[in-house]
Design a protein around this ligand. Structure first.
Ligand SMILES: Nc1nc2c(ncn2[C@@H]2O[C@H](COP(=O)(O)OP(=O)(O)OP(=O)(O)O)[C@@H](O)[C@H]2O)c(=O)[nH]1
Ligand SMILES: [Mg+2]
Length: 324
């Protein structure tokens, strides 16, 4: 009863009306989750970093770089757009592969909108066909992003767009380059407009949901991917074990690189410690830039034969441990 009386007694042109006026001037807010899925190496993480405007997810020229979902958060016009960078989808062999692919499709399930990213140069060869098939089952609105258009001729793009649209009912097709930024502004306009009206999910200044310790481990893993060759990047895993803020404003970070065999440990260390030194120095440099403080980074390489079958390692990565 009290409330009703108060409502009736509200003076016209009072505070509430003013708030309304503000809301009209700024327009309603929009927010939502966009899952970026696609074959491995299509440029999903590069695109998330580009759209967020900061590095939130690691990138390499090798396949299977991203292992678990990373959320990158961008604001455009009145919209907060949460991009879910997912592991590339491919035919899994190891237990870790299976967990990665399951996590990617899981990301798609949770999103308001799904963006399939295709490397225009590779086209529909390889895993793209199977993903298109999988997408037919998915209910949310789907858009097609033809990436790496800096690498292909226009007529090839049109043919590729037509072929993909024949398989899946995409609501829109965009041609973009995540590295040059071409087409990315239009894409952001589109998301900002099409995502549902509603309050933002995260504070305005948050750009990622990854805890700093985990991002730091990812940065080191990226350097490992860039520096080491053949199987080793896939056989390794990085965890941050210690994070100590010093009185002088610097931070001491200790990380462990897990490998599966003694022989891999030798490669990770390199001749006279060459490899680990250069990985450490590249990672430290980037971490000090991100953290805006001096970083003392200590890397340890440990052999843990079955880390790829250890549920605890999966939990650390944010993955479900697949049984069997
Ligand atoms: N030329 C060109 N290269 C690109 C573009 N976008 C991404 N790349 C390159 O493609 C490679 C793979 O990029 P990532 O962003 O790691 O690809 P991803 O889809 O996240 O890969 P996974 O995490 O392994 O599934 C990197 O070498 C990028 O620099 C683009 O628009 N043009
Ligand atoms: Mg990636």
């Amino acid at each position: 009863m009290d409330t009703m009386i108060e409502d009736e007694n509200l003076p016209e042109g009072g505070a509430e009306v003013e708030n309304d006026a503000d809301a009209v001037a700024a327009g309603p807010t929009h927010s939502g989750f966009v899952a970026l899925i696609g074959p491995t190496n299509a440029g999903k993480s590069t695109l998330v970093n580009r759209l967020v405007g900061a590095k939130v997810s690691i990138v390499s020229h090798k396949v299977q770089t991203t292992r678990a979902i990373v959320r990158g958060i961008a604001i455009h016009d009145n919209a907060q757009i949460v991009f879910m960078d997912t592991p590339g989808i491919f035919k899994p062999r190891r237990r870790l592969d299976r967990a990665m692919v399951t996590s990617a499709w899981g990301g798609a399930k949770d999103a308001d909108m799904i963006a399939l990213l295709i490397d225009s140069e590779r086209g529909l060869r390889g895993d793209a066909e199977a993903i298109l098939e999988g997408l037919q089952e998915v209910q949310q609105p789907k858009i097609l992003l033809l990436n790496k258009i800096d690498q292909v001729k226009r007529e090839d793009l049109l043919a590729l767009a037509a072929a993909a649209n024949e398989k899946v009912n995409f609501v829109r097709t965009f041609m973009i380059s995540a590295t040059t930024g071409s087409g990315c502004e239009d894409l952001m306009d589109y998301f900002a407009r099409e995502l549902p009206e509603g309050p933002w999910y995260y504070p305005e200044d948050q750009i990622s949901d990854l805890p700093m310790r985990q991002l730091a481990a990812e940065i080191t893993r990226e350097k490992l991917f860039l520096r080491l060759h053949q199987e080793l990047p896939y056989a390794s895993h990085v965890e941050t074990e210690k994070w100590e803020e010093k009185k002088d404003g610097s931070v001491r970070i200790e990380q462990v690189i897990y490998v599966e065999r003694e022989s891999q440990k030798k490669i990770a260390l390199g001749k006279g410690g060459d490899a680990i030194k250069s990985i450490s120095s590249a990672s430290r440099k980037e971490l000090s830039e991100i953290l805006e403080q001096p970083v003392h980074l200590f890397l340890f390489v440990k052999v843990r034969e079955n880390w790829g079958d250890d549920p605890q390692r999966f939990r650390e990565m944010g993955l479900e441990f697949p049984k069997g």
